[in-house]
Design a protein around this ligand. Structure first.
Ligand SMILES: *Cc1c(COP(=O)(O)O)cnc(C)c1O
Length: 232
């Protein structure tokens, strides 16, 4: 069992190194500043031991979608200096746990949720970094706001005292075509650059489309499968 465990850690370290190389390669190919795209390792439905393996290889930012699962992992890994990001839909009755346990929330799409997170962010923690989720796939997705709703929501979220609006997030409907992937991400890049509220972050790109996201200005790619392998 020990040998198997060691292999797993080595394999995770190799996968992580390969993913980091791909990110650097795509930055260069698409004329991005070297090192301007951060990796968020999406650890949903991966065991604590896998997070430990990726952490040991140098990764510090991890993303989780399901609150109960995330809280169990955060407790198990409480001694690790991990930056936790919440990337799933936030339910109105769960905001206190999100406000107390995460550094970032990527999925703001309602003012009421943002207000609760700001109100419930504990005083001893810095402001919660938040991203507004944009729905670029029309009716295909029930999460995220339409582009027309952004200016008003951004102004309201930016005014909340215990939140720091950092930018935008999107999760387009899967599309194998590179040009179509780029077109969806370009909409979000243009929204951020036209925003009157300053934004420094674009959370765009999963295992299936992160080259297109990097080409269109992503500053944070959210990668699960390519880092950890298939989910359970
Ligand atoms: C699961 C998930 C990811 C990662 O997807 P992979 O295809 O495994 O890279 C990224 N973003 C969100 C919002 C997710 O739910």
């Amino acid at each position: 069992m020990r040998g198997r465990h060691m292999m797993d850690k080595l394999e995770l370290a190799q996968r992580l190194a390969h993913v980091q190389e791909s990110i650097r390669e795509f930055e260069a190919r698409h004329h991005r500043v070297p090192g301007s795209v951060a990796l968020l390792a999406v650890s949903k439905r991966q065991p604590v031991s896998a997070i430990e393996g990726v952490f040991a290889a140098g990764q510090r930012a991890f993303g989780e979608n399901y609150l109960q699962e995330a809280l169990a992992k955060i407790t198990a890994l409480a001694t690790y200096p991990i930056e936790w990001h919440f990337i799933g839909p936030v339910q109105g009755n769960k905001t206190a746990d999100v406000a107390a346990n995460f550094s970032w929330v990527h999925t703001i799409d309602r003012l009421r949720i943002a207000e609760r997170l700001s109100h419930q962010r504990p005083d001893h923690l810095p402001p919660l970094n938040v991203l507004i989720q944009i729905n670029v796939s029309g009716e295909d997705s029930k999460h995220g706001i339409g582009v027309d709703a952004l200016p008003a929501l951004a102004a309201e979220v930016a005014a909340l005292p215990r939140l720091k609006l950092r930018g935008l997030m999107t999760l387009p409907a899967p599309n194998p075509d590179f040009g179509a992937q780029r077109a969806a991400f370009a909409v979000v890049r243009e929204l951020a650059s036209a925003s009157r509220v300053p934004m420094d972050s674009l959370s765009m790109g999963t295992s299936d489309d992160f080259e297109a996201a990097i080409a269109e200005g992503s500053t944070m790619v959210r990668l699960g499968t390519v880092v950890f392998g298939a989910r359970s």
